[in-house]
Design a protein around this ligand. Structure first.
Ligand SMILES: [Zn+2]
Length: 128
């Protein structure tokens, strides 16, 4: 008798969850996808979907850029979640300018202290 092999798990499909993080008591998801599969990413390398506590990232970015964009979008999540942008009466442009100045300097400072580790990337659709 030949035993059947267990069926292979289905290949992952876009979007792929990379990791989750908490802001206060809210849990946020970080999803990887592509512009081809997620309209949120057609004109953006990343997108902070506040209404669903979800961050979308373009999985086709190089790893170092992906980490930078993930950090940038997490800052949007923090400003939204804790009401900081609203309290400052920032419109989207003002918030973007603030984050664009803060993110690279903060990531450099954290990275210089070894505090910017990212979880390993998950298996992605189409990857061998
Ligand atoms: Zn932004």
């Amino acid at each position: 008798m030949a035993r059947r092999k267990a069926p292979a798990p289905p290949p992952p499909a876009w979007p792929v969850e990379w990791y989750r993080f908490k802001l206060g008591t809210s849990e946020w998801r970080v999803l990887l996808s592509t512009p081809e599969h997620s309209p949120q990413l057609v004109d953006a390398e990343g997108y902070c979907q506040q209404s669903k506590s979800t961050i979308w990232l373009d999985a086709t970015l190089p790893a170092d850029r992906l980490a930078d964009v993930a950090f940038h979008e997490k800052l949007h999540a923090v400003l939204f979640h804790f009401g900081i942008a609203k309290a400052q009466r920032w419109d989207d442009d003002a918030e973007e300018r603030f984050i664009s100045h803060l993110a690279p300097n903060l990531t450099a400072a954290l990275a210089s202290a070894g505090l910017l580790a990212m979880p390993p990337l998950p298996a992605l659709p189409g990857a061998a």
